[in-house]
Ligand binder design. Structure first.
Ligand code: AMP
Length: 196
């Protein structure tokens, strides 16, 4: 819809892991335990990605920043690029629902679309590229690692909600509801922003 790149740090780490790079092997030791990859390494990866030409018309960052130092590094990167953040979306979902959603999640290896037997069963691929046989479950989507990831989130990432609220950039989105309803809330919020 917005036609700008979706830059997800988790996807960048998984891509490195698939290609067996040193970065991927190092990141795996943290990902397997639901912990964050060290800031400096993550920041360098994002800095490199944001320097690529497809980002000039804008981009959506997903999963970054996740710590206060990462947020400060992002401000610095954007200043260097003469850019600024338009807004930060905070999708609010209770922990128990997150466990249920992620523990049942299946992802398409080809297009990365997430499916769920209860919330979003696989019927057809939205990009007409894949069939059900490409679906896989992430190693860190076991209930035990999901709970570790939530603990990391509450300890290290949640403080960013106040940080971005004070900067006047935070948009809260109610994340409970069916996929279409939550998607529409996000699109409606994005439309108000692109008009300003
Ligand atoms: P995600 O795909 O966003 O759930 O991220 C999967 C894993 O990648 C996380 O549990 C972390 O180990 C790592 N990761 C992703 N984004 C970051 C980040 N901004 N900072 C540190 N580690 C990250």
């Amino acid at each position: 819809m917005l036609d700008i790149p979706h830059i997800a740090t988790g996807n960048l780490f998984r891509e490195n892991l698939k290609n067996e790079t040193e970065l991927g092997k190092m990141a795996k030791t943290y990902m397997d335990h639901g912990k964050l990859v060290p800031d400096e390494i993550t920041e360098a990866m994002v800095r490199e990605r944001l320097s690529q030409p497809d980002t000039t018309e804008g981009f959506i960052l997903d999963g970054f920043p996740r710590t206060l130092p990462q947020a400060e590094a992002l401000t610095e990167m954007l200043t260097d690029l003469r850019r600024r953040l338009t807004c930060v979306l905070h999708l609010k979902v209770p922990d128990e629902e997150i466990v249920e959603r992620l523990a049942g999640r299946n992802i398409c290896r080809l297009c990365q679309t997430p499916f769920h037997p209860k919330f979003n069963p696989f019927q057809t691929c939205p990009y007409d590229r894949c069939t059900g046989e490409h679906l896989y479950q992430r190693d860190d989507d076991s209930p035990e690692i999901i709970r570790a990831r939530l603990k990391t989130f509450h300890g290290q990432t949640e403080p960013l909600v106040d940080y971005y609220c004070e900067l006047g950039l935070l948009l809260e989105i109610e994340g409970v509801g069916d996929v279409a309803t939550v998607t529409n809330r996000i699109i409606a919020a994005a439309k108000t922003l692109t008009r300003t």
